[in-house]
Design a protein around this ligand. Structure first.
Ligand SMILES: *[C@@H]1O[C@H](CO)[C@@H](O)[C@H](O)[C@H]1NC(C)=O
Ligand SMILES: *[C@@H]1O[C@H](CO)[C@@H](O)[C@H](O)[C@H]1NC(C)=O
Ligand SMILES: *[C@@H]1O[C@H](CO)[C@@H](O)[C@H](O)[C@H]1NC(C)=O
Length: 255
């Protein structure tokens, strides 16, 4: 019996890009209208997509803390729909990595990071920032929100180089906790249900935003190891509204 929890613990895998597969997307989604999500960025290392992220001000990109394993030399591609095109002009360099001090790599608690850009970006039609929640309020279960990313479109699948998006339904935390059994689902996380059609997130979507009514409320964090189409294990997002004072503190320290 002792092996059971260990085995199950190893099933917790952040939604990083699998090393063997480059680029990657959303399961059962559709291609986003180009530039309809001008806050979306591709977080890259050596010009290869590693994680999603989103602009929250002219100088900061929010993403998942577990993307820090590529902390060296990360750049972000801004205002790009098709990341295979690798437009040079839209690439920004990272000056500082602000990893949440409470981040735990094994449980993925506090999976939130701010990337401070070397130079502030200009707001254009294709490059804009997305509002964060104004106060600490929970998202009601059954609310329909959306998530976008360049991650894999199925387990071990290949990615669409173009941004994909999908609608997801927020699940109540109690049910989510029960389904995850051994993984701690905290009040600082939001769960996304996988419906009959298994719409959701997959490898390479990490760090992307869960968007409800035009506000970024969550950050793609994890799902079940090696399985993006398993309704028994809801998708898990970091709940941004629990980190507002931390975010404010960092952003205001440089402005
Ligand atoms: C980061 O970039 C520098 C200079 O371009 C290079 O020398 C170094 O090897 C890179 N580090 C990693 C981890 O890729
Ligand atoms: C995933 O993307 C590939 C390549 O774009 C495509 O051929 C395949 O049908 C897609 N699979 C699903 C489940 O959407
Ligand atoms: C998500 O739902 C909205 C509202 O019902 C709808 O307009 C939109 O087309 C849906 N998006 C996707 C990707 O299915």
């Amino acid at each position: 019996m002792a092996a059971v929890p260990l085995f199950l613990l190893t099933t917790l895998l952040p939604l990083l890009v699998l090393t063997a597969q480059q680029d990657s997307s959303i399961v059962n989604g559709r291609e986003a209208k180009p530039h309809s999500r001008p806050y979306m960025v591709s977080v890259q290392q050596n010009k290869r997509h590693k994680c999603g992220g989103f602009l929250v001000s002219d100088s900061f990109v929010m993403t998942a803390a577990h993307c820090l394993i590529w902390r060296q030399n990360l750049t972000v591609l801004l205002g790009t729909h098709d990341i295979s095109e690798n437009q040079k002009s839209n690439r920004a360099e990272v000056k500082f990595y602000h990893i949440h001090p409470g981040f735990e790599a094994d449980t993925l608690k506090n999976d939130i990071m701010l990337l401070q850009l070397k130079t502030a970006v200009k707001k254009t039609k294709e490059v804009q920032w997305i509002p964060l929640p104004k106060k600490d309020k929970d998202i009601k279960p059954k609310t329909v929100c959306s998530v976008a990313g360049w991650g894999a479109n199925k387990t071990k699948g290949y990615a669409s180089p173009r941004l994909l998006e999908v609608n997801v339904t927020v699940m109540d935390r109690k049910t989510c906790k029960k389904k995850w059994v051994l993984e701690p689902i905290t009040s600082r996380m939001i769960c996304g249900a996988l419906n009959i059609d298994n719409k959701g997130i997959c490898q390479g979507d990490s760090g992307g935003p869960l968007v409800c009514k035009g506000t970024a409320v969550g950050i793609v964090s994890f799902n079940d190891y090696g399985n993006c189409n398993k309704p028994e294990k809801p998708n898990v997002y970091t709940r941004i509204s629990k980190y507002l004072s931390w975010v404010k503190c960092i952003i205001s320290s440089v402005n």
